[in-house]
Design a protein around this ligand. Structure first.
Ligand SMILES: Nc1ncnc2c1ncn2[C@@H]1O[C@H](COP(=O)(O)OP(=O)(O)OP(=O)(O)O)[C@@H](O)[C@H]1O
Length: 689
């Protein structure tokens, strides 16, 4: 089918004109297949149009050929839809106004009118409330609340069939044919000969005074609200003695028996506070005295309140931990849980609340995991002069410990976290930051924290810089199965070489659930070695991988082809630099080394690598952005399957040709803590990446 494209413009009626020919094409000549509804004076057809190269479905309302007396309504609707645009008012796409044809083209509301859904069990109480809020916000806009408009639009025909629903259940007010634009706060008479609006929705005062006001829309909306609550149309059940649902509602409301007429499909879902708010509101909208009825603005606020009550129980309460009341009792704002909404409580817990005299921070993670952070004030400090207490705005605790001697921390932590969940994996992290400004942009930083967990001495080499300026370093991981666990850490020292002599603030230690942490964060944590011996070994492969072939082997160099890429191994002897006058390296025979020997560093010896590699020994297509190691510091020694450990010490790009077609590798490896005496070296590998 050819899809016509229309030209649209803002506030220019001519730009909204659509030719009959285009509408014919869009609606398949108003075919019966495209017919989606009939009103008193018109038929509505579905059509397809192209706008900005995208296909849109529209609804075209075509005035019946004998609908001449409705032309005024046609013009009124056109005028209002063009001038009053709101997300809860059906949008005008265009119109066709010719002698024989009067057509208005609207946005398409795929779910049709509210009438069709009143009895729908899929229309939950939450959705019903949301629809009511949409209608109220549309009416609030039309009645001009809050804006600087000098006029109000009185709809005068609010009923369930004037409410359309889109695919995502958004409600849109339509049917503006009887609407009236009137100056704001005007007491003018709206005497009209027309019987305005559908009889069961019409403000009863109209009969006496003969005109409708904005309060009349509220009355009609009150009727729609009770239809939404009772799941049926006001004029549906003729068997009931009482005239219609409105009177029935009022009677039940006054007798306290409303539950009898609430729609069965929602009875079980409705939270009492939400229901009461809604019922009271609907009743007040039906007050006989117009001035006693709430304004659209009040209606909107109270419906939002009813939704909040419902959401609180349906959405937010299940997100709270079962013991949330006990948790709040431990905080300074201990009785907040009885007054605040569940949503607020949940947000407070996500942000974290301070407990136990501000020494513990409890928080919920994204998926509701329980996390606990213990303030540095719960730690013990061996030397009384080693720390000072300071308040800093960046901290979640009132005080942090300022430690000036990084090489002699002596902080003891004896901790039993009490608020964690069982069976969840936790990461224990120390939070600290430098007192001075941050100097490095790298996310990770080598800090070499030496600490004891129980009696075991451990090192955590790399700390991660967080967005909030704090650094964290992982000390261990665990999961609690049955009983609470006691942790005993002794934080001994940071490496001064990398941390400088700047003082640090210690904020506390965090127990963070890691079962559901984001992948990125897990990767980050994986880079942080858990338990590392202080030995640093440069190692070689013990056994050839199955997918490789040996190209040459002269006892000092072995060249392999692994998956088509060259892989060079140098013995420690060939890789290390020996100074002529210095103590010679001690070669030891080794059955574990491929080269048959290994080197053990002596206290006086420095680990220097100095070797020249022919470019032909490396794969030429291996590309790294640049040679580096300084910017890529999270390289911790890793345990290999063959029993050696390996650490990456350098990266190079084999495309960067060096002198005489050789690469010169010249490295001095040092550690601040002392010599690398005792380190056993096997060799150096060049692996394609
Ligand atoms: N924009 C639209 N999108 C989808 N369906 C629509 C749209 N406009 C109208 N309809 C459908 O067409 C039906 C008839 O609409 P119409 O406004 O002509 O009549 P009504 O409101 O039912 O009656 P009346 O206006 O005579 O009181 C609606 O009930 C609805 O199902």
């Amino acid at each position: 089918m050819y899809i016509p494209s229309f030209v649209f413009g803002e506030n220019h009626r001519d730009n909204l004109k659509i030719s009959l020919e285009d509408i014919n094409l869009a609606t398949n000549n108003f075919s019966d297949n495209n017919l989606i509804g009939r009103g008193g004076s018109a038929r509505v057809y579905r059509g397809e149009v192209t706008r900005a190269n995208r296909c849109h479905t529209v609804a075209a309302k075509r005035l019946n050929s004998d609908g001449g007396q409705h032309k005024n309504e046609f013009m009124t609707e056109l005028e209002i839809l063009q001038d009053y645009k709101h997300e809860s008012v059906i949008s005008l796409v265009g119109f066709c106004y010719e002698i024989v044809e009067n057509i208005i083209v609207y946005e398409f509301a795929s779910r049709g009118s509210l009438v069709m859904h009143l009895k729908d069990y899929a229309l939950t109480w939450m959705k019903r409330l949301q629809i009511s809020i949409d209608i109220a916000s549309g009416l609030d806009f039309l009645h001009g609340s809050g804006g600087d408009r000098q006029e109000v639009v009185i709809h005068r025909d609010i009923k369930s069939s004037s409410i359309l629903l889109t695919d995502d259940w958004k409600a849109k007010i339509c049917d503006f044919g009887l609407s009236l634009i009137s100056p704001i706060n005007s007491e003018m008479d709206f005497v009209t000969d027309n019987a305005c609006g559908a009889i069961n929705y019409r403000d009863p005062v109209y009969l006496k005074l003969g005109y409708l006001t904005a309060h009349s829309d509220i009355y009609s909306f009150g009727v729609v609200l009770i239809e939404i609550l009772c799941g049926r149309l006001v004029h549906e059940d003729n068997s009931i003695q009482i005239a219609d649902l409105t009177d029935l509602y009022k009677n039940h409301y006054e007798n306290g028996t409303l539950n009898e007429i609430v729609f069965g499909g929602i009875k079980e879902q409705v939270v009492p506070e939400s229901l009461i708010t809604f019922q009271n509101l609907a009743y007040e909208c039906l007050y006989h005295e117009r001035e006693k009825r709430p304004t659209t603005h009040d209606v909107l606020l109270r419906l939002k309140k009813a939704l909040e009550f419902q959401e609180d129980y349906v959405i937010w309460k299940p997100k709270l931990p079962n013991d949330y009341e006990e948790i709040f009792k431990m905080s300074n704002s201990c009785d907040v849980y009885s007054t605040e909404k569940k949503k607020e409580l949940y947000n407070m817990l996500c942000k974290g609340i301070l407990l136990q005299h501000d020494k513990v921070l409890f928080s919920l993670g994204d998926n509701g995991e329980r996390n606990e952070m213990i303030s540095a004030r719960k730690f013990s400090y061996k030397h009384s002069l080693s720390h000072k207490w300071q308040s800093i705005p960046e901290s979640r605790f009132p005080k942090v410990a300022k430690m000036s001697d990084l090489s002699n921390l002596k902080i003891r932590l004896k901790i039993r976290p009490q608020l964690l969940a069982r069976g969840v994996n936790y990461s224990v992290r120390l939070f600290f930051k430098f007192c001075g400004p941050r100097k490095s942009l790298a996310k990770g930083m080598y800090v070499n924290l030496k600490y004891k967990l129980g009696i075991e001495t451990l090192h955590a080499y790399f700390a991660t810089w967080r967005e909030d300026g704090w650094m964290m370093i992982e000390l261990c991981r665990f999961s609690i199965d049955k009983e609470d666990i006691d942790f005993e850490f002794l934080l001994e020292s940071f490496s001064r070489c990398y941390c400088g002599s700047r003082a640090i603030y210690v904020e506390g230690i965090q127990f963070l659930a890691i079962d559901n942490v984001k992948d990125e964060e897990i990767d980050e944590l994986k880079n942080v070695p858990k338990v590392l011996k202080s030995d640093l070994n440069v190692v070689q492969l013990q056994k050839l991988p199955t997918n490789c072939e040996e190209i040459f082997n002269d006892g000092e160099k072995i060249l392999l082809l692994v998956n088509g890429k060259k892989h060079l191994m140098l013995s420690a002897k060939a890789a290390l630099l020996e100074y002529p006058n210095a103590m010679p390296f001690q070669m030891k025979p080794s059955t574990q080394s491929r080269f048959g020997e290994e080197i053990e560093l002596l206290p006086q010896q420095v680990l220097r690598i100095n070797c020249r590699i022919k470019s032909e020994w490396l794969s030429g297509d291996t590309e790294c952005p640049r040679p580096w190691n300084l910017h890529d510091t999270n390289q911790a020694p890793k345990q290999r399957a063959d029993g050696w450990m390996e650490v990456r010490v350098w990266k190079l790009n084999s495309k960067h040709k060096l002198e005489n077609d050789h690469f010169h590798v010249k490295l001095k490896l040092i550690i601040y803590e002392g010599t690398m005496s005792g380190l056993i070296l096997c060799g150096l590998e060049f692996r394609a990446m």
